[in-house]
Design a protein around this ligand. Sequence first.
Ligand SMILES: C[S@@+](CC[C@H](N)C(=O)[O-])C[C@H]1O[C@@H](n2cnc3c(N)ncnc32)[C@H](O)[C@@H]1O
Length: 474
Amino acid sequence: MSGDRLEQYGSSTAEVARRAGVHRDTLLRWLRHGLVLEPSRNRHGWRTFSEEEARAIISFAKSPSETSARIMTIREAEPPPYATTLNDIDWDFQGAKTNYLTHRIHPYPAKFIPQIPNALIQELSSVGDTVGDIFCGSGTTLVEALTLKRNAVGIDANPLACLISKSKTTMLEDADIEILQALTAKSRAFGDSILASEEEGDLFPPGRFVSSAWRPSYDKLTFWFDAHVIEELAEALQWCRALPSEAARDLALTSLSSIIVAVSRQDSDTRYVRREKNIPQGETMRRFSRTLEQATNAAVEFTDIAESRFQRHIIEANLLDAPQVPPLDLVVCSPPYPNAYSYHLYHQTRMIWMGMDQPKFKREEIGSHRKYSSPGKNGATAETFRGEFASIFQWLARHLKRNGHACFVVGNSTLKGKTYNNADILSEASRAAGFREAMRIARTIQSTKKAFNPVIGKIKQEQILVLQNADGAR
Ligand SMILES: C[S@@+](CC[C@H](N)C(=O)[O-])C[C@H]1O[C@@H](n2cnc3c(N)ncnc32)[C@H](O)[C@@H]1O
């Protein structure tokens, strides 16, 4: 078949195996073990490999020593006792409900679906254990760990991630609920009164806003926000900060942060371009009120299920600084990886309103598109990523119990036109720190998910890499 036809229609498994010089069963085994990428399927459900995918397999087949070493590892190692259970799970979780409990609080691009940490925690830890997510983001693993009666430890360099994670795992007291309900009512009444105001252009009569003295010091504030939106956000922020309990304050601030992109001129959470939205006066307050009410209800549901005897720690830290953390029995995370997402950029306006140190996080963020698209010798490469994880695994080996598991849910990266298998990179980097790869599972990301940079293309496949801390010190 000519290259053009391959490009148009894709190749079958048998064709690609023949071109790679291996038996079809060998290729199927490589796919099963996640050693090569799963292609998409045609309308009959058969695999169709693009020319790029076919070439990647042919080149994989051409590195015999590496290939056979990997296959040997997989063949020789005893399958772990949990392999059958984990292999029996349909990891695609198509159609599964993902916004239960506090999972529905605050958007967080590229968060994983709760079913993934849930299954891993149930299989690889016991009640009372401590489960860590070393890149906790919006706290998905932490919510699942706590509701499964485990202690939870979350680490993230993004202060916004830490705020969201805290809010999603807070148990509210009755007094907190009353405070939050009062703020919901106050902001709704305030928003309605602005909306009903007949005095067009007289939104800011003396005495209406208490917050007029405070604004974030950001020179592009009026570029990203309408004047009346700035007034309403500043007012709501002042109210949140003045709340008397930490739990209520965190949840109110998280609710306010969650509406900031929607009321700004930023197109969306994953598009950093300016777009007029014509937000009506009063709408920011009303939206805040609705979001706060929903968040409070979600936190009440979480409080009803969680038990206070299980602790949670949220640590704001750069993992490359080797932070101090409590001892961990299991780690479940979805790490940042090259080019997948730039949280410092897309969260910029939120972080500025919350008074967070955005430039510091920008310097620390692993995998950001900014670092990997930077030209010349300062640009990051796959080696940068490998080196960062080599040091993270050295640190993790000291904090995870001996023979404890660390699960990484990770997709591939495309850098300067070349595809990198990040699960391979992580697996290799972990070996020097005494980890061994226990198993690998390939899964398909739901096609509706728009979490990734559209320039890089939708990532359809990811792998769940299960590592074991074979030489752990603990
Ligand atoms: C894919 S997200 C994790 C999402 C999470 N699983 C969830 O469900 O919300 C990766 C996280 O890594 C964090 N991160 C990036 N660089 C980091 C660093 N140097 N130290 C700690 N965390 C970092 C980012 O802030 C981001 O929250």
